[in-house]
Design a protein around this ligand. Structure first.
Ligand SMILES: C[S@@+](CC[C@H](N)C(=O)[O-])C[C@H]1O[C@@H](n2cnc3c(N)ncnc32)[C@H](O)[C@@H]1O
Length: 189
C-alpha cells in the first residue's frame, strides 16, 4: 500500500506532480545525486527546462550520470554554484523551485546548506517565481545547522504578506528524531 504522506520529500514530489506541466521552466536548488533533478526533468518533458544548482563537483558528476541514464541530459542545465547566486543564471520567470536542504546522506556532512545563504536564495526565488508559482522547502531539523535553518525559514516565511503568498507547513507530529518537514509557498495572483 502506498502512503499518501510518506515523508516530506514525497509530499513535495506530489505537489510537483500536481503543478508542473510539459514545457515549464523550473529550478532544483540543491541537485545532490540528481534524483530530484531527474524527477523534475521527467515532468517538464522535452520542451521544458530544469536549472539545477549545487556547490559540489561530485553532485554535478552524479547528476550528469543520472540524467544520461534516463536520457534527460538535454532537459537540464547543471550549475556549479550556490543557489544564492541563482539570479545570475535564471533570468526567466519559473513555475516551481525545489530546495531539498541539508547534506548528501553518503557525502561530506560538513557541506550542508546554511541559513544565511538559504535565506538569500529564498528571497531571490520569490522574485523568480511566476504568478501562482510554487516554492518548496524540505527541511532537516535532525541536525544542528538544519534546525537553525528551519527556524530562520519559519520566521522569514511566516512574515510574508498573506495577500501575496500562501505559506503552509507539513510536519509529522507523532514521529521521533525530528523528521524532515516541508514548507510550501504559493505566490498568489
Ligand atoms: C539533501 S542534498 C540534495 C538531494 C538531491 N536533491 C538528490 O536528489 O539527491 C543537499 C545538497 O545541497 C547542496 N548544497 C549545499 N549548499 C548549497 C548551496 N549554497 N547552493 C546549492 N546547493 C547547496 C549540498 O552540496 C547537497 O548536495
Amino acid at each position: 500500500m502506498e502512503f499518501l504522506f510518506k515523508n516530506a520529500v514525497e509530499i513535495a514530489k506530489k505537489i510537483c506532480l500536481m503543478k508542473v506541466e510539459e514545457g515549464d521552466i523550473i529550478v532544483d536548488a540543491t541537485m545532490g545525486n540528481g534524483n530530484d533533478t531527474a524527477f523534475l526533468c521527467s515532468l517538464v518533458g522535452e520542451t521544458g527546462k530544469v536549472y539545477a544548482f549545487d556547490v559540489q563537483e561530485t553532485a554535478l558528476n552524479n547528476t550528469r550520470k543520472c540524467l544520461l541514464e534516463a536520457q534527460y541530459q538535454q532537459r537540464a542545465q547543471l550549475i556549479l554554484d550556490g543557489h544564492e547566486n541563482m539570479d545570475r543564471y535564471v533570468t526567466a520567470k519559473v513555475k516551481l523551485i525545489l530546495f531539498n536542504l541539508g547534506y548528501l546522506p553518503k557525502g561530506n556532512h560538513a557541506i550542508t546548506t546554511k541559513k544565511e545563504t538559504t535565506l538569500k536564495a529564498v528571497e531571490k526565488s520569490l522574485d523568480a517565481l511566476e504568478e501562482s508559482g510554487v516554492l518548496l522547502l524540505v527541511l532537516y531539523p535532525g541536525h544542528l545547522s538544519g534546525r537553525e535553518e528551519k527556524e530562520a525559514l519559519e520566521y522569514f516565511t511566516s512574515n510574508l504578506n498573506q495577500k501575496r503568498y500562501t505559506v503552509t507547513k507539513h510536519s509529522f507530529l507523532n514521529q521521533i528524531n525530528n523528521p524532515p518537514e516541508l514548507i510550501c509557498i504559493e505566490k498568489n495572483r
